[in-house]
Each structure stands twice: as C-alpha cells, then as structure tokens.
Design a binder for this molecule. Structure first.
Ligand SMILES: [Zn+2]
Length: 355
C-alpha cells in the first residue's frame, strides 16, 4: 500500500506541476464569468488547431477565480455558436460503433456494455431512485435529448412515467429511436412553455454547450416540483485526464465528432451552479477511464504490456484483446467509478430545496 501510494502521489504531483507550469501571468480584463458574474479570471491553457468551427481556429481557456468555471476566450459570439452547433447538426450525429460485432463474445459484451458501460442506465436509475416517487406518478423531461437515448432508458425502467424530451437540432426527431420519437419536441427549452411541473429534469452532456447556462438551470428549477431532481453531466476540466492531456483532451477539441464546447466545469463550479439556483447536490460522481488515475509511467507500461486500440471516437484505449478489454472496461471504467468517482466527466444530481 505505501509503495502504491507513493507511485500514485507522484503521478498527482506531476500533473499538478504540469498545470502550474502552463499558467502564465496573462491578465484578462474584458470578460465576466457567465455563471457568477465575477470578473477576476486566470489563464489556463491555449488551444491551437481548433477542429469544430470554420471561423474559430484557436482560443484560450480561462477560469473564474470565484466559482471555478472555465470558458472559451475570446467568448464565442452568437453567430459563432450558431455555426458551431446548428449548421452541422452536431447533436443528432450517429456515432455508433459496429466494428466489434463479429468478435467472439460480442453477443454478451456489446449489450452488457450498452447497458452498464455507457451512462444512460446509471443516470436514469439514479434519478428515479432519488426522486422517491412511484414510477407511474413520475413526470420526466430531458433537455437537449438528441435522438432520445436517455428517454429510451427512462422508458425501459419506468414505462408508466410521463416522459418527454426537447431538442434544438431539427434532425434529432427524424433520427430518433422509434419508441420515443413522438415524445420529442423540437425547440428551444428557454422559449418552450410547460403547463405542468416535472419530478425529474435532466441535462445529459448539454451544459457545456450553453453560453447562458444559468438561464437554463434557473428555468429548470422553476419547472421542478418540490423535492424534484435536477441532473446534469459534463466534462470535468479538473479531472486527471483533462490535466494530463491539456488541449489534446477530446472534450476540449474533438478530432472525430467535432463537438465544440464553450464552457467547462470542475466540481467547484458544477456545485456552485446548483447551489446558486436553490438546488442541493445530493449525489456527485465522476465516471470514466481508470488508466488516467495512474502515474504516466504506469499508463505507458500498461499500453506496452497489453497493447492498445483506437476507438471510433479517436481515443486510444488500453488492451488490444477485445474480450479482455471489454471485461476491464466494464469493471474499471464503468462500475468501479460509481464507487470511487474517477473519470473525466461528472454526474451531478441535485434536489430542489423547499422555498
Ligand atoms: Zn464564476
């Protein structure tokens, strides 16, 4: 244990050192944080060769010293946001992976991974449990629902609930899963009127795309019943993987899916956003790859010993052997993080406080 701890600690120290070195003394004076409104910012890193926008070719990432929110700088204008998201229909892109379907054991591993390796089951189950309501009484809204994968999971575990989704990308409904197609409304959540309140409102990897994220959370809180659950997940710029990969982290500059983000949260800013909007964080966990928890030399040793493959989203995954990789990924990248909270994305569940 002490030996392992020493290795582990060394990995952390290296990451800390690297990040400190990347902080320069640039002064940022013309920007206010979109979550807390404070103006004191620190420089985090530079992102060259941007691949998700035709107009923006490079940017800096700065961080609010007050709430911890990181932002693209210069902050994108309205027309830049249009170009980044709406022109390419990024929220309805199909990124399913069919390369492993013929491998031995795929008929077991692929459905197991679809259920437990991805995050939809975890989110839906946790939201329903935390709500404490009977399934048939639940009203659920997924904001930014894309083609309805989370809606489909809710529909599977609580089929009697009233389940709805809203998505800004007009292509999403055409490409949506059949069983949830008619539950999806195409439109802007901020402009949409709802007559009745909800017990669960979810934003699954949506908040990092919203320049006016506070307006969305504010509206969602108002639409929740008392004790209602608000969920959001997002890339964690304070995670080990983010600190290690810096501008090469896929969730800053994605080479394959070209999903651009405009703000990045860490634990501090994620909880700040909830607390500011009358929500109490009741469950907070990171999920994702285990390997980045290790010091860099052990990461390299694992890749050397077990080999690696490139997944369709452009990431290098450790362990060349398919069956071994799937077992490892299910255990170390999906199930254990739910206990130990490692990985480069966070999952925040909050409860509406009594007025
Ligand atoms: Zn702030």
């Amino acid at each position: 244990m002490p030996v392992y701890y020493a290795f582990f600690k060394r990995g952390v120290d290296i990451l800390k050192m690297e990040q400190e070195n990347s902080n320069s003394s640039k002064v940022i004076s013309d920007y206010k944080c979109v979550v807390c409104g404070e103006a004191e910012m620190e420089y985090v890193l530079h992102v060259p060769n941007v691949n998700f926008s035709k107009k923006i070719t490079q940017f800096d990432i700065i961080r609010c010293k007050h709430c911890g929110l990181a932002s693209m700088y210069p902050f994108p204008k309205k027309e830049d946001i249009e170009e980044i998201y709406n022109t390419e229909n990024v929220f309805s892109k199909d990124i399913s992976d069919t390369t492993n379907k013929k491998k031995w054991g795929a008929s077991f591993f692929e459905p197991a991974y679809a259920r437990y390796g991805t995050y939809y089951h975890y989110i839906a189950k946790k939201c329903v449990n935390l709500s404490g309501k009977r399934p048939e009484d639940l009203r659920i809204l997924d904001v930014g629902c894309s083609t309805g994968r989370l809606l489909k999971e809710f529909n599977r575990i609580v089929p009697k609930a009233d389940i709805q989704g809203i998505e800004i990308d007009p292509d999403a409904k055409n490409k949506a899963f059949n069983e949830v197609k008619d539950r999806i409304t195409i439109g802007n959540f901020l402009e949409q009127e709802y007559k009745d309140k909800f017990d669960i409102i979810t934003f699954c990897f949506v908040v990092e795309h919203l320049p006016n994220v506070d307006d969305y959370i504010k509206k969602a809180e108002k639409l929740l019943n008392e004790d209602g659950i608000l969920f959001y997940s997002s890339p964690d710029i304070g995670s080990r993987k983010a600190l290690q990969l810096k501008s090469k982290w896929r969730l800053i500059n994605d080479p394959i899916n070209k999903h651009g983000h405009v703000i990045w949260f860490n634990k501090k800013s994620a909880c700040y956003l909830a607390n500011k909007n009358n929500l109490e964080v009741v469950h907070y966990k990171n999920r994702g790859e285990f390997i980045y928890q290790l010091p860099i030399f052990l990461q390299k040793a694992m890749k050397f010993l077990f080999g690696s493959v490139q997944s369709p989203n452009g990431e290098v995954r450790v362990i060349k052997n398919y069956q071994l990789r799937m077992m490892y990924a299910l255990l170390f990248d999906a199930l254990l993080p739910e206990i130990f909270s490692w990985g480069d994305s966070f999952y925040l569940f909050a409860k509406k406080k009594p007025q």
